[in-house]
Ligand binder design. Structure first.
Ligand code: SF4
Ligand code: SF4
Ligand SMILES: [Zn+2]
Length: 284
């Protein structure tokens, strides 16, 4: 799998696309991308959300459940537990379509067993997976509450899938971009300071010493244009910066944002290569 840096270098070889990381946390990445076409960025966003595979609980065989939670509700809840899905952990698992079994087998699925007796709260850490690498991302997700002598015994079957099939396979909890703002101030500005007073996001500041408006937090501008409507002199203009965007991606922890982006880049490159091959072969 390519690293994010490789993706940047590869893009820079073919165009002047630049990426500047603004904020990076465990499951969150915000970066500024410049000199890029909106259609490319939108394709990348859609692939991140819809086509990057993760492993998720797909079927649940419930042998015993005398808790107050219905089987269907419990099965639905288990399907939403994010499982570690990095390439290293999932590379030996086949996607169900590529497996020749009828339903599921050890080649295309991982089984997670849950056998607990109350009174207790059953957490995601209580799963016993057949493959120790495929386990819940977080230990502390409450699954159900068992009262005195209540029992649950089940086997959950996890399989690879993509968000296009069902949202539970989406690795992203947020994946969006917006135009980078461009603010222009012209000489007709009368330095009244009203735009700074009315800006709801602290983007503008009135510098009393220099008697002029300063842009102090450009990237926080939502392009609401309140400043433009308040300015009687028509001295301020807010517009999108063509070809420059703020991209934000957050994941459920099954994959890191960098892993999602690099996987999406690989998928997009694979699709493009197919088109190139098709054209080179004369469209036959
Ligand atoms: S409201 Fe208009 S005139 Fe007043 S400081 Fe802002 S840009 Fe200048
Ligand atoms: S467009 Fe809205 S957020 Fe941006 S500077 Fe003007 S008032 Fe502030
Ligand atoms: Zn199989």
């Amino acid at each position: 799998m390519m690293a994010l840096e490789d993706l940047v270098v590869r893009e820079e070889e073919g165009s002047k696309m630049e990426i500047d990381i603004k904020n990076k946390a465990e499951n969150k990445l915000i970066f500024i991308v410049d000199s890029v076409d909106v259609s490319f960025l939108n394709a990348l966003r859609r692939i991140c959300t819809m086509e990057v595979p993760t492993i998720t609980i797909e079927a649940v065989e419930i042998y015993k459940n005398n808790s107050t939670l219905f089987d269907e509700v419990l099965a639905h809840r288990l399907g939403l537990v994010p499982l570690i899905s990095d390439l290293e952990s999932t590379e030996s698992i086949l996607v169900p379509e590529e497996c020749d079994c009828e339903d599921h087998c050890p080649r295309c699925s991982v089984s997670l067993v849950l056998k607990e007796r109350g009174p207790k709260i059953v957490y995601s850490k209580d799963f016993s997976p057949t493959d120790p690498k495929i386990k819940p991302v977080y230990d502390t997700i409450p699954l159900l509450k068992l009262g005195e002598d209540e029992e649950v015994e089940l086997e959950a079957i996890a399989q690879l899938g993509i968000g296009l099939e069902h949202a539970k396979w989406q690795p992203t909890t947020a994946c969006a971009y917006r135009y980078y703002p461009l603010i222009k101030l012209d000489k007709s500005c009368e330095a009244c300071g009203k735009c700074a007073e009315e800006c709801p996001r602290g983007v503008l500041e009135f510098d009393e010493k220099k008697n002029k408006i300063k842009i102090v937090d450009l990237e926080n501008c939502s392009m609401c244009k309140t400043c433009m409507s308040i300015c009687e002199a028509g001295a301020i203009e807010v517009m999108p910066h063509e070809g420059k965007f703020i991209f934000r991606i957050e994941t459920d922890g099954s994959l890191s944002p960098e892993e999602v982006l690099t996987s999406a880049g690989d998928i997009l490159a694979g699709k493009s290569e197919k088109v190139v091959t098709f054209c080179k072969e004369g469209g036959s």
